[in-house]
Design a protein around this ligand. Structure first.
Ligand SMILES: Cc1cc2nc3c(=O)[nH]c(=O)nc-3n(C[C@H](O)[C@H](O)[C@H](O)COP(=O)(O)OP(=O)(O)OC[C@H]3O[C@@H](n4cnc5c(N)ncnc54)[C@H](O)[C@@H]3O)c2cc1C
Length: 459
């Protein structure tokens, strides 16, 4: 029986270990913290449910529901309210809808007429670098297809929303492979997105599992808690992998646990830890791999949860939330209307907002003292929503290295890590540093990786 170690008990490591166990492989998961879940962590306080990391997911991969079923928690999946479908963007200091329907879009005031006309050029323009698998920044892609202003108000907010990143340096095919595929398959991005939307709607009408924004009844950590408890004593908390070296058969790990250090030999090692950690761990094995990992940068993110009496809101806030394009004079990156999407996130008569700050554009904001950060989040939220009272509740979650940045060159870096995996059979890089930070995508990759590992271990 081959020995397999998974490093890291975030959603990537946990779901990988779970899949491996289902395929009959016995694993050991080593997690440096005293809790499992990684970025997924839910705080429940004062009747509020505050997600310190991800708050919801869109299961395009159809990976979470099958996993929840296998864990016996399918009944705990919580679909978002209809508000979850409505996304807002700040333009000229005000909130605007981003309607998906063409007629409503052309009626909306999100863009001036000239920018809307420029967008129509997308229908005629030829394919560009992303469609050919070459890297270009999101800004370059968006300006090329839709024009600068439409790109700034429609695509750049996605970079901010998903990666807290800077669209000028984030690689479109690395961060948004779907868009590159749409351009490749449909030439026009607008036509591609329409076709994609139509397909989703048809799936929904046919009653199949069309992707729907979801979470779990009392928070996303229900999923990681269930995974961790299924792994039982195969999961070791408080065990940090410090380094990996070659051993006679496979690898020798140095593990720090309870202040002491020991070694552990294994045939296979899946590193489902952030790239900046993996970088130190693999250095003794291969300094080139370590250098590549060091080039995957992370940005700080702080989430400020603010709770208000419903009477402080000028009206219903029935949307997912809003994103702030870079040209707006605001420091916050956006906000999720947590209790509009999932009403139980706040006590009755209160509303909960999760304001995102920091990121590549305003990294310094993420380390402001609590009071200043809360005041900033409230002031900017008040300006946009017209709140008439201060928050009744505040909660801050900080991540010094919150989200990995798939900057230009990322595809080559990931390819070089793939070559490293081939150089060291039994070594695997997994997790949000490489392909897609979304929770469903990570779970889906875990299933594929588990099958690949089983195949390779059998050789
Ligand atoms: C603020 C924020 C909001 C987000 N919002 C969303 C969202 O709404 N929807 C969505 O789908 N995604 C969202 N994401 C992204 C998503 O949360 C992450 O991509 C995902 O949770 C990462 O999982 P992971 O297992 O790859 O990494 P992590 O969760 O970072 O897990 C890595 C684990 O490895 C452990 N570890 C580190 N070093 C070592 C070591 N040397 N030895 C052993 N263990 C080690 C860590 O302690 C950690 O538990 C968000 C992320 C953040 C930060």
């Amino acid at each position: 029986m081959k020995r397999v170690v998974v490093a890291g008990a975030g959603i990537s490591g946990l779901s990988l270990a779970f899949e491996l166990e289902r395929l009959g492989v016995s694993v050991r998961v080593l997690e440096s913290e005293q809790r499992a879940g990684g970025k997924i962590e839910t705080d429940r306080c004062g009747g509020y449910i505050c997600e310190r990391g991800p708050a919801s997911y869109l299961d395009r991969q159809n990976s979470i529901m099958p996993l929840a079923r296998s864990l016996g928690i399918a009944g705990r999946v919580l679909p978002a309210s209809a508000a979850g479908e409505r996304r807002l963007v700040v333009a000229d200091g005000r909130l605007h809808d981003t309607p998906l329907d063409a007629a409503a879009f052309f009626r909306s005031r999100l863009l001036p007429k000239s920018a809307k006309l420029r967008m129509l050029a997308d229908l005629l323009l030829p394919r560009g670098p992303s469609a050919r698998g070459q890297e270009e920044s999101v800004t370059a892609f968006a300006s090329r297809r839709l024009g600068a202003l439409a790109g700034e108000r429609l695509l750049q907010p996605l970079v901010s929303g998903l990666y807290a990143g800077d669209a000028d340096v984030v690689s479109l095919p690395a961060a948004f492979p779907l868009m590159a595929t749409l351009e490749r398959e449909h030439r026009s991005l607008v036509m591609g997105m329409r076709a994609d939307l139509k397909q989703q709607r048809a799936q929904r009408r046919a009653g199949s599992d069309a992707p729907r924004l979801s979470s779990f009844v009392t928070g996303l950590d229900e999923l990681t808690t269930a995974l961790a408890s299924r792994l039982g004593d195969r999961l070791r908390l408080g065990a940090r992998i410090v380094q990996v070296e070659r051993a006679e058969n496979g690898f020798r790990l140095t593990v720090e646990e309870n202040g002491s250090s020991s070694t552990l030999d294994t045939d296979a090692l899946a590193l489902a830890i952030p790239a900046h950690q993996a970088c130190a761990v693999v250095r003794p094995l291969d300094s080139d791999l370590s250098e590549i990992l060091a080039r995957i940068l992370y940005v700080p993110v702080a989430l400020v949860h603010l709770g208000y009496l419903a009477s402080a809101l000028p009206g219903p806030v029935d949307a997912y939330g809003f994103f702030v394009p870079v040209s707006e004079r605001l420091k916050i990156l956006g906000a999720i209307f947590a209790s509009s999407i999932f009403p139980d996130r706040a006590p009755a008569r209160f509303a909960l907002f999760s304001v995102r700050t920091g990121g590549a554009r305003h990294p310094e904001t993420a380390s402001l003292p609590d009071q200043e950060l809360t005041a900033l989040a409230h002031a900017e939220l008040r300006g946009l929503l017209g709140l008439t009272a201060p928050p009744a509740f505040a909660h801050i979650a900080r991540h010094q290295r919150g989200l990995p940045q798939y900057t230009l060159g990322h595809i080559d870096r990931v390819a070089a890590l793939g070559a490293g995996e081939r150089r060291y059979p039994g070594l695997y890089f997994h997790g949000n540093a490489y392909h897609n930070a979304g929770v469903p995508e990570l779970v889906s990759r875990s299933s594929k990786l588990a099958r690949r590992m089983v195949e390779e271990l059998a050789r």
